[in-house]
Design a protein around this ligand. Structure first.
Ligand SMILES: NC(=O)c1ccc[n+]([C@@H]2O[C@H](COP(=O)([O-])OP(=O)(O)OC[C@H]3O[C@@H](n4cnc5c(N)ncnc54)[C@H](O)[C@@H]3O)[C@@H](O)[C@H]2O)c1
Length: 245
């Protein structure tokens, strides 16, 4: 997943002086820690060592300790981190205590899958509106929501205080959809369409492209194949997983 960043974050501009100025890579790893912590809490763990949490999140423990120190969380020597407290801290920093309202634009193959995914609600988001431009799709019910025409966005945005817009339209429609979202007051966009969006300062865009992830894996396959052809063979071709490195 990649990010386009435009303008400053209001929280960093003085409105919330105590808000930590976190490195982007740390921000990208916090959701991994949170997912691991929720899983640990479900198994009944009250505390967790930095090594244990790092292993559960798939990162190295020195990096985890550094990340959590940015939140002022150092754990207790010999005990580790308090799981419930750390969940609260990370959820607060990520703003997940507010259960932000999300709308989805483009309810085709991908949009259907996203609209039906229960994981958003359990991870702190409410999908409150679905939009499409195709009259044949308008009126369809998905997961308790009715697909509305995209023209209704301004009215819905005013009523629902939409914070985040998800774009799952074809690439050739995505810029116009982004413009509409921004005009309706949306300041964060998750873009699944394979294109770069132009947005004004103060609007954050993150892009998800599974094909890019596959291309990166393809590179590693290519590299491993070339290393096995070298004297010394596969011992040079170790595996790795990158989590917001
Ligand atoms: N990021 C990824 O990993 C990933 C994976 C699959 C698909 N995609 C992308 O997601 C997008 C959707 O793919 P899909 O297979 O669901 O396509 P699809 O054609 O099934 O669905 C697209 C939907 O967008 C709607 N739409 C078109 N223009 C619109 C507009 N101006 N306003 C509102 N709705 C509009 C269409 O009516 C349709 O319902 C494509 O851009 C595709 O390339 C990305």
């Amino acid at each position: 997943m990649s990010q386009q960043r435009h303008g400053s974050t209001p929280g960093n501009a003085g409105a919330v002086p105590a808000f930590p100025d976190l490195p982007e890579a740390t921000i990208a790893r916090l959701p991994e820690y949170l997912r691991a912590l929720h899983h640990l809490a479900e198994t009944g763990a009250d505390t967790i060592s930095s090594e244990g949490l790092a292993a559960a999140a798939g990162v190295n423990s020195a990096k985890l300790r550094k990340d959590l120190s940015h939140l002022g969380s150092y754990g207790t020597r010999g005990v580790g981190y308090d799981v419930a407290l750390l969940v609260d801290q990370i959820e607060y920093i990520l703003g997940l205590d507010q259960r932000r309202a999300v709308c989805l634009v483009g309810v085709g193959n991908l949009g259907h899958a996203l609209a039906g995914y229960a994981g958003f609600a359990s991870r702190g988001f409410r999908i409150v509106a679905l939009f499409d431009a195709d009259p044949a799709r308008v009126g369809e019910q998905i997961n308790g929501l009715t697909v509305r025409h995209f023209d209704e966005l301004p009215r819905v945005a005013a009523a629902e205080a939409l914070a985040i817009g998800v774009i799952a339209t074809p690439a050739n429609a995505a810029q116009a959809v982004a413009d509409g979202l921004v005009a309706a007051g949306v300041t964060s966009i998750l873009n699944f369409a394979p294109c770069v969006l132009s947005v004004p300062p103060g609007v954050d865009v993150r892009k998800v492209d599974l094909a890019i992830e596959l291309q990166i894996l393809s590179f590693h396959e290519h590299r491993k194949a070339s290393l096995t052809a070298l004297p010394g063979g596969r011992e040079n071709a170790g595996g790795q997983e990158a989590v917001g490195s």
